[in-house]
Design a binder for this molecule. Structure first.
Ligand code: GLU
Length: 332
């Protein structure tokens, strides 16, 4: 009888022990990567958007949010930077949710361009077709496609989905928005070229403006990690418990992140880590380990492809230490 009563107690102790061990693993992996890379000085802030050159290059924050809503972090969690290209992920998710995957396949495309994120040649080569929603042409086309009768309605839709993914109200970084909006002739050209090919679904000037505002949403590393964790958790925010998008939408979104999340270095990234990720020229990178956790790192200095140097190294190191590459399977 006594032995029978002991069994649940032993099982509970075992569960608690394994939970504590996992928690320690997450924190230790973050701490180790932080000490290893905190003094790394490679790369430079983006400066083609003038305001980004003024951002403190020493901001360095790491956060992990698990699919059961636990948060682990280190470094600067209070500084916010503009989300930039990472926003493309959430606008894509919203279109998938509202219009289905066929709309993305038919009207934008899902193949990597293999060229820079703001390449005009990429549009020209494909006559406006097969423009991935995670590089500028596809992302501006996505803003033109998202539900909303006018630019204010499109913006509300975009803002709402970002807030739901983050579980908090994200604000626009005014100086970054003004700085980019006054100087985004290249993105305007991209939008007009798409229009010429019949691949822009709203006024190109207004679509580019809403796109620019979306890129200026301010986030810290924890906001980004919750957003990534919502994807990793099948589209339900693990902190607020709100269903933001369906598991199918989350899966389609993460597939595009695998294909083109780190611009023209997406193949190298996937080879090294196996995880869907997305970077932004503001210095953030998110990665989602399906079913397990979302991770985000902010550090503004970028490499030549436009990806944060320290964020890439940090996430790579943490994924390796936690053996979290989804393709890494131990034989039975
Ligand atoms: N707003 C930026 C642009 O359009 C986003 C680029 C990025 O983060 O890759 O150039």
């Amino acid at each position: 009888m006594k032995t029978l009563r002991l069994i649940p107690a032993i099982a509970l102790a075992g569960l608690l022990f394994s939970y504590t061990a996992i928690a320690q693993n997450y924190q230790a992996a973050i701490d180790n990567a932080y000490s290893k890379y905190k003094d790394l000085k490679e790369g430079a802030n983006a400066d083609y958007i003038k305001e980004l050159a003024n951002v403190d290059p020493d901001i360095y924050g790491i956060a992990i949010v698990t699919t059961d809503g636990k948060v682990y972090s280190k470094g600067d969690l209070s500084s916010r930077v503009s989300i930039q290209s990472i926003s493309k992920v959430f606008t894509l998710a919203k279109i998938l949710e509202e219009q289905g995957p066929q709309a993305i396949m038919d009207k934008i495309g899902v193949d990597a361009t293999g060229l820079r994120f703001n390449s005009i040649v990429a549009i020209e080569l494909q006559k406006g077709k097969e423009i991935n929603p995670l590089v500028n042409p596809g992302a501006i086309a996505a803003v033109s496609l998202i539900n909303g009768a006018d630019s204010a309605a499109k913006w509300r839709n975009i803002q709402q989905v970002h807030n739901e993914f983050a579980g908090s109200t994200l604000l626009v970084n005014g100086p970054v928005y003004v700085s980019e909006a006054g100087d985004n002739l290249r993105n305007q050209a991209i939008a007009h070229l798409l229009l010429a090919y019949g691949r822009m679904y709203f006024d190109p000037v207004q679509a580019t403006d809403v796109y620019t505002k979306q890129c200026a949403l301010n986030v810290n590393a924890k906001d980004l990690a919750v957003m990534a964790a919502t994807l990793a958790n099948g589209g339900t925010n693990p902190v607020t418990k709100k269903k933001v998008v369906s598991p199918e939408t989350a899966a389609y979104t993460m597939s595009v992140m695998e294909t083109a999340g780190l611009y023209d270095n997406a193949g190298q990234w996937l080879f090294k880590t196996g995880v869907p990720a997305k970077s932004g020229v503001g210095g953030g990178i998110i990665a989602a380990v399906p079913g397990k956790f979302g991770i985000a790192v902010i550090s503004p200095p970028l490499d030549a492809a436009g990806n944060s140097v320290k964020a890439q190294r940090t996430i790579e190191a943490i994924i390796a230490e936690l053996k979290a590459n989804p393709n890494l399977v131990m034989p039975k």
